[in-house]
Design a protein around this ligand. Structure first.
Ligand code: OGA
Ligand code: MN
Length: 235
């Protein structure tokens, strides 16, 4: 079992193309195409209303239920033996989601699978699976500037963040700052975590940070990953 993805088996998660096509209604394929177009042009995009409010409400309820069941842990930095908790860098709590979780699959797993297929079809990114967690920022919690994928050749290719907050106001803070200019020279794009908004960006390219929230801030965050290939010629 692989150290960093031992909590699920990605191959079992991949939905058949036929199943994905069945739920790929016109609206969804339009929305997927708009995302792909933006990713091709800029490498990032923000899509308000990616999912209907009713589904976002159900996802928020699920995220809260898992919190009540004490399934969240203090978020760490790094992987495996390098993992450490450092509250000076990030202070959110996360709950990894089993991709076989029936509630998750029904509420958004299949929708996110259609997006994976659309991106692969049009960008040849070889996205193989998606790992996701819920994240909860309590008032005062933040995440300092970082990249989601440091190592060249790492598996995380595309970051997605779906916000689950109802009635978020600018004074609630918790903005995502996305540095779309590599040398950090120009001002970042500022994104409020409104429920239903999806943010996507290429994981290796864009530094970003989360400003301190002033009320509970909930999201579902995920990474589309390529397949792990372990060749003996690269020990
Ligand atoms: C992350 C992250 C941003 C956000 O979890 O790596 O950068 O807006 N999240 O929640
Ligand atoms: Mn991040």
């Amino acid at each position: 079992m692989r150290a960093h993805s031992g909590h699920f088996s990605p191959s079992k998660f991949a939905m058949s193309l036929e199943a994905a096509k069945c739920i790929d209604t016109g609206d969804i394929s339009d929305s997927n195409s708009a995302i792909v177009d933006d990713l091709v042009l800029k490498g990032w995009c923000v899509i308000p209303g990616f999912m209907p409010d009713a589904d976002i409400d159900k996802l928020r309820t699920l995220a809260r239920e898992y919190h009540a069941a004490e399934r969240y842990q203090t978020a760490g930095i790094g992987k495996g033996g390098n993992r450490s908790v450092n509250r000076a860098i990030r202070s959110d709590q996360i709950c990894w989601i089993d991709p076989h979780d029936g509630h998750y699959r029904e509420l958004c797993g299949e929708r996110l699978e259609t997006l994976r297929l659309a991106i692969n079809e049009q960008m040849y990114l070889c996205l193989f699976d998606l790992e996701t967690h819920f994240a909860l920022y309590r008032p005062g919690a933040f995440y300092g500037r970082h990249l989601d994928q440091f190592r060249r050749g790492g598996r995380r290719k595309l970051t997605i963040i779906l916000y689950l907050n109802h009635g978020w106001q600018p004074e609630d803070g918790g903005e995502l700052l996305l540095y779309t200019d590599r040398d950090l020279a120009s001002a970042p794009v500022r994104i409020l975590p409104h429920g239903g908004t999806l943010v996507c960006f290429m994981s290796e390219l864009f530094p970003h940070e989360v400003l301190p929230a002033r009320r509970d801030r909930l999201s579902l965050t995920g990474w589309y990953r390529t397949r792990e290939i372990s060749l003996p010629i690269f020990p």
